[in-house]
Design a protein around this ligand. Structure first.
Ligand SMILES: Nc1ncnc2c1ncn2[C@@H]1O[C@H](COP(=O)(O)OP(=O)(O)OP(=O)(O)O)[C@@H](O)[C@H]1O
Ligand SMILES: [Mg+2]
Length: 224
């Protein structure tokens, strides 16, 4: 198996006037093609920090993130966002939907930026899978929390990223939709040889993962 994304000696500190928070202790991590990796751990333990540094949304204090064997975290922001747009899909705790765009326009934005064609069949398949076909002309503010989350998932998968980061992707979904999401993520990961890294509190979902890590106080340990 080929390593798709790697963390080498990454750490992250936050400084405020009184103290230093060691959000991530020195960490090494590799995700391979076709792998669905789960991350569990208590609130405040560093899971989102881990995910956002891997995906280049935050810069680490030390160390390097490598994607497809190439340095990623040390690139300047412009280059990093270019790679992010092409190779990475984010399903974040905070919604990544743009308030003034309709649901379908959220997806088309990618094509506009990239000067590429809208992939209608693929979009229809994703909308159907996640049960949101009827929502394409609505604005994010007109959706329920779970609907918003499902739209955010379509948005993260639409551009066929190599690496998918999901932070509690099923947090506001009922059991039926939670399983649909995890099955879709798993199938995409296996068929398209992606790597998916998912933070979750839901033990039913870790069942679907190839490997599971636990984060405690900024230290990550493989538990399965
Ligand atoms: N921008 C920031 N500035 C200062 N401290 C931060 C910042 N972001 C995170 N932290 C701190 O770093 C630690 C790890 O935060 P992180 O968001 O990674 O936790 P988490 O495991 O994702 O928690 P949750 O399950 O609640 O989402 C926490 O103590 C948090 O308060
Ligand atoms: Mg978090």
């Amino acid at each position: 198996m080929k390593p798709l994304i790697e963390m080498r000696n990454i750490s992250k500190e936050f400084h405020n006037s009184q103290e230093t928070i060691y959000a991530l202790k020195p960490t090494n991590f590799v995700a391979y093609e076709g792998e669905l990796v789960g991350i569990v751990g208590p609130s405040g333990s560093g899971k989102s920090t881990f995910l956002t540094i891997l995906g280049g949304l935050q810069t680490p204090t030390t160390g390097e993130v490598i994607i497809n064997g190439e340095p990623f975290s040390s690139l300047d922001e412009k280059l990093r966002s270019k790679i992010r747009l092409k190779k990475i899909g984010f399903i974040l705790q905070t919604s990544n939907l743009i308030p003034f765009l309709k649901v379908k326009e959220q997806m088309f934005l990618y094509n506009r930026i990239n000067h590429s064609k809208v992939e209608n069949d693929w979009l229809r398949e994703l909308f159907t899978k996640l049960g949101i076909s009827k929502l394409s002309d609505k604005y994010p503010s007109e959706l329920s929390g779970g609907e918003r989350q499902r739209v955010a998932i379509v948005k993260a998968l639409y551009h066929r990223p190599n690496v998918i980061f999901a932070d509690e992707p099923t947090a506001s979904l009922d059991t039926k939709h939670a399983f649909e999401v995890i099955e879709l993520l798993k199938r995409e990961t296996k068929e398209q040889k992606k790597a998916t890294i998912m933070v979750t509190h839901d033990e039913r979902l870790t069942e679907f993962c190839d490997r599971v890590y636990q984060m405690i106080d900024g230290t990550i340990t493989q538990i399965r």
